[in-house]
Design a protein around this ligand. Structure first.
Ligand code: NAD
Length: 472
């Protein structure tokens, strides 16, 4: 599947141009939206545990400052390159616009395979990368706020916030310089599973649309749907888990070492633990090993969810994909050629830049928490519980009936931080799904949901630029 001439940024530009035709904006504004405003490529040395010195290549791209700060994860992968980071940064701009998160797009990349470095080496690399960003003013709660991405997680974010805070003594909002932090370092509850939960909410909303389900020949709802997930990392694991909990059947899982299937359904936690203990997803009891890790993508199923990396379905294997609905949990898993094939076959593709926006949405909540210096729910939880108790007491007194104890707990419960984060995310994903679908339905010439999503994004970003008045 690896095509040396493939440009991820080129693919994003292609999708953008396809959608721009359905908007009214002049060429100059569209060119400004498309361009990456700033690209910072850096090199720095790190001393390995064996005493040797290695030069590390890394990037931070700020795609758009139409809203600030810029926002986007940091990828740790051996394949990181400028084209990829630029593409991911631009997707962040469109993603934030679609889900009404007031940030511009950004992205970072460090060209290392984290599996080949010790924790101490990774800490040195992450801290040095942060220091380089600080030197060039490429990080800060009001300028540019990184987050986790492929190959990075809470641990790396903790190193970043610690380095930033150490170099900005007394800066009261310093914790807002990065999101995806552990809760003890200013993180928000619910961030870890946010992207997967957002993917679930987004796909569930589409599955609840009778007209779309009728077109795809599937019953309404998630329950009983046969699902294939590629990638059992942060996004893939949580997505699979939320689908399983909602009554869907995970019939296949793919990891980089191979893929497994069981038409009766796989238990996501058991597979996860099996991989943790044995080092491989293969040979899971009751499941069948597939010859190649990409074979899972071509299985008969209702929903395919690529949640690993970009460019995994292209013009070559797309004709063999049998799913009716594809949810892009990863960024850029489908090439434009694959998109064309699916549009012709009537397969609906729910596009990455909106579907995996749960991470950035909850990152926004985390950033707001950091700036307000108070945990969500702290002020009102007890007040609401007392009030609910009082109302319930009045109702019971007036009706002479008692509410069952399980219902009582549910009614009285005041929202905790995680309740509010889940609820804010659910509302965000549901509204975004309808905005995109309404755009698609309003213009039947729009060929697919991705193009509709781009139209929504372009209109919002262009409006911001136009209202700035710099383009008379
Ligand atoms: P991760 O590192 O936690 O997990 C990725 C998983 O994919 C790993 O387990 C890896 O082994 C597996 N993998 C790699 N190559 C594979 C292959 N060829 N076949 C099958 N599995 C393979 O990364 P993540 O954070 O889950 O990110 C996954 C995707 O989601 C990326 O495209 C990322 O940009 C996107 N994304 C992540 C977030 C987030 O909050 N983490 C938010 C938005 C989008």
């Amino acid at each position: 599947m690896s095509d040396k001439n493939y440009s991820f940024f080129g693919a994003v530009e292609k999708s953008f141009d396809k959608a721009a035709k359905f908007t009214k904006w002049e060429k100059g504004i569209l060119e400004q939206i498309k361009a990456c405003n700033a690209v910072y490529q850096m090199r720095f040395p790190v001393k390995r545990d064996d005493g040797s010195i290695e030069v590390i290549e890394a990037y931070r791209v700020q795609h758009s400052q139409h809203k600030t700060p810029c926002k986007g994860g940091i990828r740790f992968a051996a394949e990181v390159n400028q084209d990829e980071v630029m593409a991911l940064a631009s997707l962040m701009t469109y993603k934030c616009a679609i889900v009404n998160v007031p940030f511009g797009g950004g992205k970072g990349g460090i060209k290392v395979n984290p599996r080949k470095y010790s924790a101490y080496e990774l800490e040195k690399i992450t801290r040095r990368y942060t220091a380089e960003l600080i030197k060039k003013n490429f990080i800060g709660p009001g300028t540019d706020v990184p987050a986790p991405d492929y190959g990075s997680g809470e641990r790396e974010m903790a190193w970043i916030v610690d380095t930033y805070t150490a170099m900005h003594p007394g800066e009261i909002d310093a914790a807002g310089c990065v999101t995806g932090k552990p809760v003890s370092q200013g993180g928000v509850r619910g961030r870890r599973e946010a992207t997967g939960l957002g993917v679930f909410f987004g796909i569930r909303e589409v599955c609840n649309m009778p007209d779309i389900m009728q077109k795809l020949g599937m019953p309404v709802g998630v329950e009983g749907k046969k699902i294939v997930v590629q990638g059992l990392g942060n996004v893939g694991y949580h997505t699979a888990k939320f689908f399983q909990d909602a009554g869907a059947k995970i019939i296949a899982l793919a990891e980089y070492e191979g893929s497994i299937t069981n038409p009766a359904g796989l238990d996501v936690d058991e597979v996860f633990n099996h991989r943790k203990n044995s080092g491989s997803i293969l040979n899971f009891p009751g499941a069948t090993n597939l010859a190649k890790n990409t074979d899972a993508l071509e299985l008969e199923c209702d929903i395919l969810i690529p949640a690993a990396l970009e460019n995994v379905v292209d013009g070559e294997n797309a004709p063999r994909v049998k799913a009716k609905l594809i949810g892009e949990a990863a960024n850029g898993p489908l090439t434009p050629e694959a998109d064309e094939i699916f549009a012709q076959k009537g397969i609906v593709v729910i596009p990455d830049m909106y579907l995996n926006a749960g991470g950035v949405t909850v990152s926004y909540f985390e950033w707001l928490k950091n700036l307000s210096h108070v945990r969500y729910g702290r002020m009102e939880k007890r007040f609401n519980e007392n009030m609910n108790m009082h109302i319930l007491g009045q109702i019971e007194g007036l009706t002479g009936k008692k509410v069952a104890s399980r219902d009582r707990e549910y009614i009285v419960h005041g929202a905790d931080e995680v309740d509010l984060v889940y609820s804010g995310l659910e509302e965000t994903m549901i509204s975004a799904t309808h905005e995109i679908m309404n755009e698609w339905k309003a213009n039947p010439a729009i060929p697919d949901m991705r193009t509709a999503a781009y139209v929504v994004a372009i209109n919002k970003v262009a409006t911001t630029y136009a209202e700035l008045g710099i383009f008379p």
